[in-house]
Each structure stands twice: as structure tokens, then as C-alpha cells.
Design a protein around this ligand. Structure first.
Ligand code: MN3
Length: 202
């Protein structure tokens, strides 16, 4: 029996990221969107297990797309929630230590990193994510965008440090079509301590 995946609790309350992200967005995003990825992932994995048991290769291959999309959605949102923190509880407090040194070495400053990141994630066509990653071999930082719910590790084994959801469901109720405004504000609630932990463990 395949392991059932479950919706993780948020490490803060739904309204705690206000005014940067509204309670309404956080509730819908976590309870409806992320929850749907988890439910559909479990359904697809169960169907895959049945298809595998009967040796139905056609059915197995047909399920891979759903596993990638919903599994990616579960992976990405599970990272995203921990990448954020309320103001006064770490949100927006700049990184320190080896991560900050790597940011300065690669981008010159935190402000320059943010500018580069927003310059890539802002114009992304359709739905997707912006990512700060660590490349596995050179151990350098990088900024990439992914489409839909593709998990970022599929890009050459990139190790996700910080993911910003730029699907419209992440901002539309509050920012309407102004994705750049959402991207300008989101840094006020980025939990750099969490990004640092991911960097140090990568
Ligand atoms: Mn989302």
C-alpha cells in the first residue's frame, strides 16, 4: 500500500502574513489548492499501484503526468509555506552567515538578488514558480523559473532554497493582475532563517 501523503499544517496562522498576503488567500491556497494536490496525488498513486499490480503499462504511463503535477504541487507548496514567516517572527529579516556571503559573492547584495529574482519570476508566462537554488556540483546559487508545478530538482538536480509561487491563485484576490507588486511585497515575509537552513544542509 502506497504511503498516503498529507497536507502539512502551516507554521503560522492564516492571517499572520497580513498585510503582505491576506488571510483569505492563505486559507484558500492552503485548504483548497494545496489540499487538492495532496488528494489528487494520493488518488493517482493508488491508481498507479493497481495498474502496476496488473502489469498495465498503458495505464501506468497515463498516470505519470498526474503524479508529476500533483506531486510537484505538494512538494513546492510544502517548501513555500516554510519559506515564509510573519513580520516580527523572522519575516523579512535578512540572511546572515554563509548564505549571505554566497549571495554577496554571486549577486553583489541581497537587493540585487531580489531584483534579479523578480526580473525572472515577474514576466513568467502562465503559471509557475520562481526559485533560489543551490546547484549540486558547483554549490553555487542560481535563480530559475519553473512552469506549472514542475519540481525544481528536475532541472539538473537543483536544490530548492526558496520558492515563490507566482500562480494567480497566490495573489490575485489581493493584488489583481499586479504580479510585480506581489513580488515586491513578498520579500517582507520571506523567512531567511529557513532558506539558510536549506542552504547549510544542501
Ligand atoms: Mn499555489
Amino acid at each position: 500500500m502506497a504511503k498516503k501523503h498529507t497536507l502539512p499544517d502551516l507554521p503560522y496562522d492564516y492571517g499572520d502574513l497580513e498585510p503582505v498576503i491576506s488571510r483569505e488567500i492563505m486559507e484558500l491556497h492552503h485548504q483548497k489548492h494545496h489540499n487538492a494536490y495532496v488528494t489528487k496525488l494520493n488518488e493517482a498513486l493508488e491508481a498507479y499501484e493497481k495498474a502496476e499490480a496488473s502489469g498495465d503499462l498503458g495505464a501506468m504511463t497515463a498516470l505519470l503526468k498526474a503524479i508529476k503535477f500533483n506531486g510537484g504541487g505538494h512538494i513546492n507548496h510544502s517548501i513555500f509555506w516554510t519559506n515564509l514567516a510573519p513580520v516580527g517572527k523572522g519575516g523579512g529579516e535578512p540572511p546572515t552567515g554563509p548564505l549571505m556571503e554566497a549571495i554577496v559573492a554571486t549577486y553583489g547584495s541581497l537587493e540585487a538578488l531580489i531584483e534579479t529574482f523578480n526580473g525572472k519570476a515577474g514576466p513568467l508566462q502562465g503559471s509557475g514558480w520562481g526559485w533560489l537554488v543551490k546547484w549540486p556540483k558547483k554549490k553555487e546559487l542560481g535563480i530559475v523559473v519553473t512552469c506549472n508545478q514542475d519540481p525544481v530538482h528536475l532541472m539538473g538536480g537543483a536544490i530548492p532554497l526558496l520558492g515563490i509561487d507566482v500562480w494567480e491563485h497566490a495573489y490575485y484576490l489581493q493584488y489583481k493582475n499586479a504580479r510585480p507588486e506581489y513580488l515586491k511585497n513578498i520579500w517582507k515575509v520571506v523567512n531567511w532563517k529557513n532558506v539558510e537552513e536549506r542552504y547549510n544542509n544542501a
